[in-house]
Write a protein that binds this ligand. Structure first.
Ligand SMILES: [Zn+2]
Length: 312
C-alpha cells in the first residue's frame, strides 16, 4: 500500500448522480493510499506514534454537494480491513478520535472522521444531522436540502468488498457533562428523558466511570425494544457488561437526519454509538473493548475469525 505514497490520485468516484463534476448533483472522490503523516489533520498527527505500530492506509475523501466541500479522513488497517468500521462525525471530539485509533489498531477495520476544522459544525451544518436520501426525508428533520451523496459516500464504506454491508454500524462521540452542559452536546445523558427514548442502566462492575450518566451506548431502531427481541438481547448483554444503553425508537416524527436514525429508518443493520464525556479517553476505550466483546469481535492478536458479522 505504501508504494503509492504521496500520489494524491483521485482514484474513486462514488457519486450517486454521475461523476462528471455536476456540482448540483454532487460528487465524491477518494485518494489512493497515502502515508498518515501526509494527512492535514491534527487528530491524525496527535496519534501518529500509535498509528506507526500497524500497517495503515490513509485516504482523503472529498464530497461536493449543495455548496459544501466536505473532507473526510479515512484510516484503514491494510492487513485486517474487514474489522469494525467507525464513523466520527464531530471534529471537536478528540477522545472519540483517539478511541477510534485504539479500535483500528486493536481490531483492524477502519474509521472515517469528518473534518470540520476542529469544530462540531461545518459552516453551520452539523455533520451528524446531514444523513438523508431525498427531499421528503430531509424535510422530516427540518432541512430543505437532502444530502444523498454525503450519505452514500459515508455508508459506502460498509458496502465495499471487505465489509459486505453487514455492519455493525459504529460511531464514536463525546458529550458535555450532565444534560445541561455547554457545547450543545450535553443533551445526552442516561438521566434525560425524551419521547421514544428508553434507558437501560448498566450493572455495577467496579468501574464507576462506566456508571457516569454521560457514558453510554446509543442504539436506535424503528420498533420499541419490547417488540424487538434481538435488540432486547443485545441491551441485556451490554448491561451485564457494565454498559448503560439509551435506545431511540425512530419514527417519521422524530427522525433527525443523524447517522443512527438513518441506519434505523433504512434498516441497514445493527447500530451502536459509544458516547463518552469529553476527555474521557480511557473510559471510552474501556467501553469500546466491552462493546466489541459483547458483539463477539475479538482483538487481532487472539482471533482466527475476523468479524462474526461477515460470517452470517
Ligand atoms: Zn458528537
Amino acid at each position: 500500500m505504501r508504494r503509492i505514497l504521496g500520489s494524491a490520485v483521485l482514484a474513486g468516484c462514488l457519486a450517486v448522480a454521475g461523476c462528471a463534476g455536476d456540482r448540483l448533483a454532487g460528487r465524491s472522490t477518494i485518494t489512493a493510499c497515502m502515508d498518515p503523516r501526509e494527512a492535514h489533520s491534527a487528530d491524525i498527527h496527535r496519534n501518529l506514534a500509535a498509528l506507526r505500530r500497524a500497517p495503515i492506509c490513509y485516504r482523503r475523501q472529498e464530497v461536493h454537494e449543495g455548496g459544501y466541500h466536505w473532507v473526510f479522513h479515512v484510516l484503514e488497517h491494510t492487513k485486517a480491513p474487514n474489522g469494525p468500521f467507525w464513523v466520527l462525525p464531530h471534529d471537536s471530539e478528540n477522545a472519540a478520535f483517539d478511541a477510534g485509533v485504539h479500535a483500528l489498531l486493536t481490531y483492524g477495520g477502519g474509521l472515517l472522521a469528518v473534518d470540520a476544522g476542529g469544530h462540531r459544525a461545518f459552516f453551520g451544518q452539523d455533520p451528524n444531522r446531514n444523513f438523508s436520501s431525498s427531499r421528503a426525508e430531509s424535510r422530516l428533520c427540518g432541512s430543505p436540502r437532502p444530502a444523498p451523496v454525503y450519505t452514500q459516500a459515508i455508508l459506502a464504506h460498509y458496502r465495499d468488498g471487505k465489509r459486505k454491508g453487514r455492519g455493525p454500524y459504529l460511531a464514536l462521540h463525546n458529550n458535555g457533562d450532565g444534560h445541561n452542559g455547554n457545547g450543545g452536546d450535553g443533551n445526552i445523558s442516561l438521566y434525560r428523558n425524551g419521547p421514544n427514548l428508553t434507558h437501560w442502566p448498566g450493572a455495577a462492575t467496579g468501574n464507576r466511570a462506566l456508571q457516569d450518566e454521560d457514558n453510554l451506548i446509543f442504539m436506535a431502531g424503528t420498533r420499541p425494544v419490547s417488540a424487538d427481541p434481538a435488540a432486547r438481547r443485545r441491551i441485556t448483554a451490554l448491561n451485564r457488561a457494565g454498559l448503560s444503553v439509551i435506545y431511540k425508537q425512530v419514527t417519521p416524527g422524530n427522525f433527525d437526519c443523524s447517522l443512527s436514525d438513518y441506519v434505523a429508518r433504512h434498516q441497514l443493520g445493527e447500530y451502536y454509538n459509544i458516547e463518552a464525556q469529553h476527555g474521557a479517553r480511557d473510559t471510552q476505550i474501556e467501553m469500546l473493548d466491552r462493546l466489541m466483546a459483547v458483539l463477539g469481535i475479538r482483538p487481532l492478536r487472539d482471533r482466527s475469525n475476523a468479524n462474526p458479522f461477515l460470517d452470517r
